[in-house]
Design a protein around this ligand. Structure first.
Ligand code: FA5
Length: 345
């Protein structure tokens, strides 16, 4: 039973579709949407007109109004999608993409070689049963010297040229050995198996092999029945893992106030390197660590009884080890931040 009201709806549909087809772009489509579906839009008007329809025709009118609404809505959605696609195609043809242009390379960071070698050292000692323990870089004179069997005015203090602070008795540590005392006092019960990595500072002349700032990795084992053979075995196992089976390890006797007996350990510089003589002062060897059996006075300072326990300790230089691994001819390269050097690792 078509009547005037449903005819109006049909007209609304016909007009709406025609106007939609006439829309040239997305903006026109959105304006159309406001005209038909906005708050005061034509469709809303048509829907609210239902109140004025005679009761017996309301259901039919309502159904028709809904059909028109859905038809217009879906036509709009389709037209909008098409307009967007058209705009995209147009922009692609207007600014064509040149796939032959070189891409923008994103710079990738990497670990500093000093960090890399430290991590290698940790890994080897983790396999040997050693834990990493960290202690401070700013130390007391007592920790750096006195508890290590070097009382005030002990001539051996001259082995380490010290940076002092303005606070009397407070210095920058010259080696990681004061960490031995910290560990012995803080870690209970025995046995102790630790490595102590960290930065050390020395007020000495800078050269190809010596910096004023460098890493050391201290090692300490304390327990019953530990002997020099254990120290030798640990150092040899470490050197084999670090430098491979073909490099030679040399152990010499030496002197440190905090170990008795004391040794130093050298690794042979790569034989085919033309800088070998210069860097090893003609010997062919570069020292990587000092070590020895912990002196009874040091065990006592750490709170252990030298009558019941013994221990070994070592202090190695990772920068020197990197030099040996890669035949690097100048230790200063490590802290100069020259990317040409750093990128090689
Ligand atoms: C010491 O510092 C002792 N504390 C080592 C030690 C620990 C002995 C425990 C016994 C028991 P030395 O000064 O030789 O010793 O230094 C140890 C290592 O640190 C050296 O073999 C070297 O590899 C590194 N090293 C020392 N001075 C420098 C420096 N100026 N620049 C770079 N590396 C250095």
């Amino acid at each position: 039973m078509p009547d005037a009201a449903t005819d109006d709806l049909k007209q609304l549909e016909t007009d709406g579709l025609a106007e939609l087809r006439a829309c040239a772009d997305e903006a026109a489509l959105r304006a159309w949407n406001t005209k038909y579906f906005g708050d005061k839009g034509l469709m809303k008007g048509a829907l609210s007109a239902i109140g004025k329809i005679a009761k017996d025709q309301r259901a039919a009118y309502g159904q028709e109004a809904n059909r028109v609404k859905v038809a217009l809505e879906s036509a709009y959605t389709a037209a909008l999608a098409e307009a967007k696609e058209k705009a995209l195609q147009a922009s692609l043809t207007a600014n064509p993409l040149d796939v032959t242009l070189p891409g923008r390379i994103r710079p990738r960071g990497r670990l500093h070689p000093a960090t890399q070698i430290l991590r290698q050292v940790y890994a080897v000692f983790a396999d040997l049963g050693f834990q990493v323990y960290r202690t401070r870089e700013v130390e007391t004179d007592e920790m750096n010297f006195e508890f290590l069997n070097m009382p005030a005015h002990h001539p051996a203090r001259d082995m380490w040229d010290t940076f002092f602070t303005t606070t009397p008795g407070v210095i920058l540590r010259t080696h990681t050995s004061p960490g031995q005392i910290h560990v012995m006092r803080e870690v209970r019960p025995k046995p102790i198996r630790v490595i102590l990595p960290g930065m050390c500072y020395r007020n000495e002349a800078i050269s190809t092999r010596s910096e004023i700032q460098f890493h050391q990795v201290e090692g300490l084992a304390v327990g019953e029945g530990i002997t020099m053979a254990d120290l030798k075995g640990t150092i040899t196992a470490f050197a084999r893992r670090m430098f491979g089976p073909d490099r030679q390890v040399r152990i010499r006797s030496s002197y440190f106030p905090f170990t008795e007996p004391s040794i130093e350990v050298d690794i042979d510089w790569p034989k085919d390197d033309p800088n070998r003589d210069r860097l090893t002062k003609g010997t062919g060897w570069l020292e990587i660590m000092g070590a020895g059996m912990v002196h009874p006075n040091v065990l006592r300072a750490g709170g252990y009884d030298p009558a019941t326990v013994t221990g070994f300790a070592f202090g190695m230089g990772p920068q020197r080890m990197l030099m040996l691994k890669h035949a690097i001819d100048d230790i200063r390269l490590f802290w100069q931040n020259d990317l040409r050097f750093l990128r090689q690792f």
